[in-house]
Every structure is written in C-alpha cells, then in structure tokens.
Design a protein around this ligand. Structure first.
Ligand SMILES: CCCCC/C=C\CCCC/C=C/C(=O)SCCNC(=O)CCNC(=O)[C@H](O)C(C)(C)COP(=O)(O)OP(=O)(O)OC[C@H]1O[C@@H](n2cnc3c(N)ncnc32)[C@H](O)[C@@H]1OP(=O)(O)O
Length: 289
C-alpha cells in the first residue's frame, strides 16, 4: 500500500522524489534506481538501470522502473527508449531473489503484481524499445530485453543471457515462456527453458535471443543507429503492427492476472521451492570465495 501511494505521488506530483533538470537542451529525470535522459529533437530517451551491485529487480526498482516508463509513455515528444544498465558488466540479474525468499504470502503477491505490471507496460509499450545489453542478463534480465523491439548485445563471452529459472529449481511462468517462444521458436525455447540455458552473445545471436552482437564499446552507438532506423517508420503503422503481433500474448496474462498471482504465491511459498532458492543463494555466496 505504501508503495502504491509513493507511486501515485511520484507520477502525479511531478518529481517530488525524482529530479528533473535541463542540461544542454537535454532533459533528465532520476529516481534512485532508474536514470532517464531524453534528447529533445530526436524524441529518444535513454533509460539506465542503476540498482547496484547487480540491478536485481527489487520491489522498489520495479516500481521506479514502471513509473519512469509511464512518464515517458505519457510524454508525447518521446517516441523511443534505449534500455541499458549503469552497473558495470551487468544488464540485470533478474528478479530479486530476496523478494521471493523468506517472505510472507502477502509480500509475494504484492511483488508478483508489480512484476506483471512492469512486464505488461514494457511489452505493450507504444514506444520503440531497443535494449543495449551491456552485461549479464539472466532470467528477469532476459525478460526485460525480450520485451524490447530490438536487442543489441555486447560481444563479451563473460556476459550471458537466457531464461535460467530451471537451474534455480523454479519455473518460468507461462508468459515468460510465451515471449521466449515468440522470439526464438518453440523447439529452441523448449530446450533452453528445460536446460535453463544461459547463452553467450554468439550463441544468443545464433538462436535469435538477440538481434545483433557488437564490440562492447559500440553497444550504445549501435543501439542509437538502430533507433534512428526504427524512427523512420510512421508511428501509427508501426504501433498498430506491434499491437497486432503482441496483443494475444499480453491478453493471455491480462485475462488471468489474479490467478497468476495466486499460482506464483502458492508455488514460491512451498518449502521445497524455498529450499531450492536457499541453496541457490548459498551457491552465489560461495562463488565469492
Ligand atoms: C508452475 C507454476 C509456476 C508459476 C511461477 C512460479 C515461479 C516463479 C518464477 C520466477 C521467475 C524468476 C525470474 C528471475 O529473474 S529469478 C533470478 C534469476 N537470476 C539469476 O539467476 C542471477 C543470479 N546472479 C548471478 O548469476 C550473478 O550474481 C551475476 C548476475 C552473473 C553477477 O555476478 P557477479 O558480478 O560475480 O556478482 P555476485 O554473484 O557476487 O553478486 C553480487 C551480490 O548480488 C547478489 N545477487 C545476485 N543476483 C541476485 C538476484 N537475482 N537477486 C538478489 N540478489 C542477487 C549476490 O547474492 C551477491 O550478494 P552478496 O554481495 O550479499 O553476497
């Protein structure tokens, strides 16, 4: 409830918690975890996730992300968004495991509702979304990228991308799966989802998880040049086409949002699932040394 109130305040009272400033004709607004810079005449915004150390999608981060997106969607001068990260070497570590571990059912339900909301807003955005994937992008990180209209990834074999939920002992929800199938086809998605495959950039390109792989120092310039190409298409025809392609997938969640929240809550609350998450978190800790 407190978060919902904060969200309303942020959105409607302008930038009481956020900042808005003018720099050389460009505008920027920032919440704590999301920085947005817009370039006036081009109508393009660059949205940078900055929730260190790994841009995990905590409840606060999801909320700020959704609010920022809503602001951009309401700003008629903005036609495109480049989504990227300010955390070195990490695009996003995905959903925040600490929001799904050791909490109560009401918290899980609130968290999932916000995950759904961000996904629906991103996936059905009228704006052109291009992701500049400048780091690791597992699970929910990959989900963010998959929502975009075009994905450019840095050519660094240390960075991997994919829906790896099964490695954590959890299951990608049906709408994650649908989007994966839409992107890479049924057979590849079936295999990658069961194995929890994290693709290197070269593999991701081959299978179609990303559209282009470029040297790391060119990710942003490439994302901009892709955006320029997409901006040349009339908005109305591109938007109607995007809607035609994505509506069925979005609608299948919209029709059963509440049931999906109940599913998630009961699944994640299971002792066996909590145990799997505990083991995974321990593994992450041990990796450090
Ligand atoms: C049948 C019905 C089904 C219904 C639905 C049911 C199920 C739910 C499905 C839920 C879908 C879930 C989606 C997700 O996104 S789950 C998250 C998946 N993410 C990962 O597996 C990534 C894990 N992290 C890593 O692999 C690495 O951290 C890294 C991103 C590659 C970065 O590596 P590195 O730079 O070496 O950093 P560290 O590993 O040292 O991590 C630094 C600290 O950050 C913590 N961390 C990492 N990832 C997360 C995360 N996702 N959430 C929260 N915290 C995270 C890590 O533990 C370190 O913390 P510490 O400093 O306190 O030790």
């Amino acid at each position: 409830m407190a978060l919902a109130a904060a969200r309303r305040l942020l959105l409607h009272a302008g930038s009481r918690l956020g900042r808005r400033e003018a720099v050389d004709g460009a505008r920027r607004f920032a919440n704590k975890r999301v920085l947005v810079e817009t370039e006036g005449p081009a109508g393009v915004a660059v949205m940078k996730l900055r929730n260190p150390p790994v841009n995990s999608l905590s409840l606060e981060c999801l909320t700020e992300f959704t609010i920022s997106l809503e602001k951009l969607e309401n700003d008629k001068s903005i036609r495109g968004v480049i989504l990227t990260s300010e955390c070195p070497g990490i695009f996003s570590a995905g959903l925040d495991l600490l929001e799904m571990y050791g909490r109560n059912p009401a918290h899980y339900a609130e968290y999932w509702k916000n995950v759904q909301e961000l996904w629906l807003r991103l996936y059905t955005s009228n704006m052109i979304l291009v992701s500049a994937i400048n780091g690791a992008s597992p699970a929910g990180g990959c989900l963010l990228a998959l929502c975009c209209d075009y994905r450019v990834m840095a050519d660094n074999p240390k960075y991997t991308i994919g829906l790896n939920e099964s490695l954590l002992g959890i299951v990608a929800p049906f709408w994650f799966k649908d989007m994966y199938v839409n992107t890479i086809g049924h057979r590849e998605a079936e295999r990658a989802l069961q194995l929890g495959t994290l693709f290197s950039p070269a593999e991701a390109l081959k299978v179609g998880v990303v559209d282009e792989v470029v040297p790391e120092d060119q990710v942003h310039s490439k994302a901009r040049s892709v955006m320029t190409k997409w901006l040349a298409i009339p908005d109305h025809s591109r938007q109607l086409t995007k809607n035609m392609m994505r509506k069925a997938t979005a609608d299948s969640l919209i029709k059963q949002r509440e049931a999906d929240i109940q599913n998630f809550t009961s699944f994640i609350s299971k002792d066996s699932i909590q145990k799997s998450l505990h083991m995974y978190l321990e593994k992450l800790k041990q990796k450090k040394g």
